[in-house]
Design a protein around this ligand. Structure first.
Ligand SMILES: [Zn+2]
Length: 243
């Protein structure tokens, strides 16, 4: 058992049960409070793999992954960085939990079979600058239209909508949410470095747009990231219909 996997609460539980003749691993683990770990246990990786997969299914059902587009990840280790990520060039409707790859911060495959996505570098940039546990990226008509329209300005500012309260730390529709827009590029190394610098500089950023390409957002779990994704896409749809 790797104690690095658990917080002080779990270690305390283990310590108080140390003198018992036999303490089943399952019983100890059920008492563990979920916090950002250095390295997670295999059982938790399996849960995260299935959690991410259930979110991918919801995203594909919305039609947000046209023509194999989109990529999705969950953080499973921070030192060294390890993420479970969807493979490139695969119809996300046909994906199963076993298809998710384990990759490092350079998007080199640690385990699994399939082609890693170069856009994984952007996921890594998010994990290195945010306390996020999941990153989601989709291509939609609304985010494509708006990201092109506002590229010259470099950002979209949204205010006045109730659904903004679905975003972390937002308590009023009067909140001003600013989403930076980057010119699209096939040079993912440079693009991810630019995004890394922007996220380091402005801790309020909750999503990033690539012009004519798509949206990246994140959260403390795949479910939380999905909520942010839905809120942003709702807002983009409203703005693009308003013209
Ligand atoms: Zn993309």
């Amino acid at each position: 058992m790797n104690f690095q996997c658990y917080n002080t609460f779990s270690i305390k539980i283990v310590a108080t049960t140390k003198k018992m003749a036999y303490q089943p691993l399952k019983t100890i683990k059920s008492k563990v409070v979920d916090i950002t770990p250095v390295k997670i246990a295999a059982a938790e990786e399996s849960v995260l793999r299935n959690n991410l997969m259930s979110i991918i299914k919801r995203i594909t059902a919305r039609g947000w992954c046209p023509a194999t587009a989109g990529n999705f990840s969950v953080l499973i280790g921070s030192n060294p960085l390890r993420m479970l990520i969807s493979p490139s060039g695969v119809d996300k409707n046909l994906l199963s939990a076993d298809d998710l790859l384990v990759v490092n911060e350079k998007v080199e495959v640690i385990s699994g079979t399939g082609k890693p996505t170069a856009e994984g570098l952007i996921h890594a940039a998010v994990y290195q600058t945010r306390a996020a546990r999941s990153v989601l990226h989709i291509h939609t008509v609304a985010n494509t239209v708006l990201s092109e329209k506002h590229l010259k300005l470099g950002f979209i500012e949204i205010s006045g909508y109730e659904i903004l309260k679905a975003l972390p730390g937002v308590t009023s529709h009067q909140h001003k949410e600013l989403i930076p827009i980057f010119a699209n590029s096939q040079d993912m190394t440079r693009l991810s470095q630019d995004i890394f610098k922007k996220l380091q500089k402005d801790k309020n950023i909750k999503a990033v747009l690539l012009a004519g390409h798509g949206l990246y957002t994140w959260g403390e779990s795949p479910q939380a990231a999905y909520q942010h994704l839905e809120a942003f896409e709702f807002l983009f749809e409203v703005l693009s219909r308003k013209g």
